[in-house]
Structure formats: C-alpha cells, structure tokens
Write a protein that binds this ligand. Structure first.
Ligand code: SF4
Ligand code: SF4
Length: 373
C-alpha cells in the first residue's frame, strides 16, 4: 500500500504548520528514519525570485516547520537547495532566497550556494542514459522534496515529480526540453529523473495553490491542505485528484502509471478527509479544454499534434527583461527596443517563456500547424 497523509492546514501560521508536520511525520513513521549524523537535503520549489504571496514557490513557513521538526529530532545537518529557472550562479541563488523568504532560515540551515553538478548514470532500462544533477542533492543522505501544488502550462499540474526538475542545473533545463520536445517524452524523462533522485519523503504545500496559467502567472486558490508521502507518484496522483483533475489526463502521471508506479487500489489515506475541488481547478490556456474542439475529441491524438498551443507576447505588458529569451530552448525569442517577440514556426510549445515571464506578458493562442509531408 502507498500511504498518503492529508492534513487540513488553513494558514501558513507557525503553529498550524507544526501541527500538520507532526501529524504527517507521525503517520509516515519519519522519526524512525532519523539519526543525529544524517545529512538532510530539503528541495523546495524555488522557481524564481518571487515573494511567497505570489503562490509560485513553496512557502518558507512550510520548510521552516520541517526544519524545526528535524532539529527537534536531533538532525542538524540540513541544507536547502534548488536550481531555479535562469542562470545557476550564487548571486542569483541569494536573490531567490531573499525574495522567496528563505533568508531568515540561514541561521538554522545551510542555504546552498554551490553551483556544481555531477553526471549520474541511469539504470540500463531507462531511456535516459544519464542526468546532470546539482551537488547538494547528490551529497545528501535523505532528500525531502517540498513541492508547491499548481497548474502548469506544459505538464497540466506541477507537484512532487515536476518539482524534481530543479535537480537539473540552471539553463540545462531548457536543454532537456530541446532533447525531449514532445510532452510524452518529456514526462518520461521527468519520471526517470524522479526515480534517479529518489526523494525519501515528499511534502506538498497546498495551503494556497494556483489554477489557470500556472506555474507563475495563474490565479491563487485556497485549498487549505498539506499532503505528505514516501511515494511521490501516489502523492501526486491524490493531490491532482483533489484539484478535481483526472490524474490520468496529466502526462507525468499517465507515464508513471504505464510503468506501474501508480496503482490506485493501493492508495491508503491517513489524516483529514478532503473532497476533490468543486468546481475543478481551471486548466492553463495551453491545455485544450474539454469540449473546446469537436475535432480534438473526434480524432484525438492526431488533432492534438495539428492543433497546437503557441505563445505570443503582449507588448503592452512586456518590460523587456529578457528572461523568456534566456530560457527558450529553441532560441527563437528576441528582445528589441525592450519588447520580446518570437517566430513560432520552430516553437516546441514548452512554455518556458511563459513560466519565466515575471509580468504575465506571455499569452497563449492555438494554431493549426500541418505536419511536414
Ligand atoms: S517560444 Fe516559448 S514555448 Fe516556444 S520554444 Fe521558446 S520558450 Fe518554448
Ligand atoms: S515577455 Fe516577459 S520575460 Fe519576455 S522580455 Fe517581456 S517581460 Fe521579460
């Protein structure tokens, strides 16, 4: 059985979070994994330098409650690390810790500034031969993955598995999009990455979540929950269902199910009862809506290859920061006269540009693109 712990956590107040963490870790028997010399790595979602109130990053209070629990259980060797979007360098990491509210944790844990990485070989039955993974993840004895629950333009939902994409250093993430341009192949890569990183525990911050055009520019939605499990795939399965989204409609979970990593009959819930969101979470504009197109339903996969979502820049909102161009794997975005523009002929619809735009200037439109004959 795969045990998933669910706790009502209405606010980011310290006592509410500490009670939730105590209950989750008790249900999952985490104290039995701990010993004083253990080197623990906490991997939050630190997408980019944004305030916690924006709802795009793991709230620092969730991580603070986990740190307090670890220290109360004799574990003091604790590092917080992530590779956010953009260039992976110490100055950028410091800016992210400051903006995301993590700097005050620096008196109790190490806030990672090491931007090194190593290549790790994958098992032979993986399609990926290897991954480059940031040093602090490789150096840890015990990885706690602390994700944020959000909709996502490419993956539909971002939770525990997607959060582990931050194990790949900086601008090597767009390179992974280039290597895996189709969502199925990209999802397979993410599943293999999760199986390589092997978090021992995943916690999901679902107190304030995001719907619509996540993972950065969506709308905040209160869910009032935290979730935890030792099984990241089954945890994501349940969290997605709680958004009112069919987990099997999301490409990462569909891929995980194909590999036998999701077995709904084996889901065991502990903690507080919680019903799927009603109405369901709004999906990103890039995801074709149910009933949006008769053609899509009629001819399924073929239509999905022809009817594609591509970005366009709202020049009235664009401030010319260049973050979209920096993250575009196809290098098809140019910033001229402080306005970004792209030719979408070679666009692979990865939506990294939308994900990294700080001012919500990247919109989505659907076009018919006939395959080359
Ligand atoms: S333009 Fe945007 S969606 Fe298209 S390849 Fe570049 S980053 Fe990806
Ligand atoms: S579209 Fe967004 S990310 Fe790109 S340059 Fe304009 S403001 Fe920056």
């Amino acid at each position: 059985m795969a045990l998933v712990s669910v706790r009502k956590t209405e606010t980011y107040g310290a006592s509410a979070l500490r009670s939730a963490v105590d209950a989750h870790f008790e249900a999952l028997g985490i104290a039995g994994d701990m010993h004083p010399g253990l080197k623990v790595l906490i991997k939050p979602n630190l997408l980019a330098a944004h305030k916690p109130e924006r709802g795009a990053t793991t709230h620092p209070s969730v991580v603070a409650a986990i740190v307090d629990w670890l220290r109360d259980h004799g574990v003091t060797n604790i590092t917080i690390a992530d590779s956010p979007g953009g260039i992976y360098k110490a100055g950028n990491l410091k800016a992210v810790y400051d903006s995301c509210g993590y700097a005050p944790l620096g008196d109790r844990v190490t806030l990672n500034l090491d931007t090194g990485y190593k290549t790790v070989s994958c098992p032979e039955d993986f399609k990926n031969g290897s991954f480059n993974i940031i040093n602090p993840i490789l150096e840890a004895d015990y990885i706690i993955n602390v994700a944020k629950l959000k909709t996502h333009g490419l993956a539909t939902v971002s939770a525990g598995v997607k959060n582990l994409f931050g194990a790949i250093p900086g601008l090597q993430k767009p390179e992974q999009h280039l290597k895996h341009p189709g969502i199925s192949d990209f999802s397979r890569m993410l599943v293999e990455l999760a199986l390589t990183v092997k978090p021992r525990l995943t916690v999901i911050d679902a107190v304030e979540t995001m719907e619509g055009n996540g993972p950065l520019n969506g709308r905040l939605r209160h869910m009032g929950l935290t979730l935890a499990s030792k099984d990241v795939f089954m945890l994501d399965y349940h969290a997605t269902a709680l958004m009112g989204i069919d987990p099997m409609s999301t490409p990462i979970l569909a891929e995980a199910a194909k590999r036998g990593l999701i077995v709904p009959e084996e889901l065991e819930l502990a903690g507080d009862p919680a019903e799927p969101a009603n109405p369901p979470y709004l999906l990103p504009e890039s995801i074709p809506k149910r009933g949006h197109s008769f053609l899509l339903r009629a001819v399924g996969a073929v239509a999905r290859r022809v009817y594609v979502a591509v970005p366009r820049v709202d020049t009235a909102k664009c401030v010319g920061c260049g973050k979209c161009a920096e993250s575009c794997p196809m290098k098809i975005i140019e910033v001229k006269n402080k306005k970004a523009g792209m030719s979408t002929k070679h666009c692979i619809s990865c939506f990294c540009c939308q994900e990294m735009c700080p001012v919500d200037a990247v919109m989505i439109r659907h076009v018919i693109r006939l395959p080359k004959i």
